[in-house]
Design a protein. Sequence first.
Length: 44
Amino acid sequence: MKGILADRSAAPVAIVESEKTAIIASGFIPDYLWFASNNSTTAR
């Protein structure tokens, strides 16, 4: 696996609605990989 996930392939993943939430949460819980879905319709 290459890129951003190369050294974090076993890290838990968290999906949140906004980019701002992902950025802030990554400061509080850095062990997770934080992804933003942008809105609820894209997370289906």
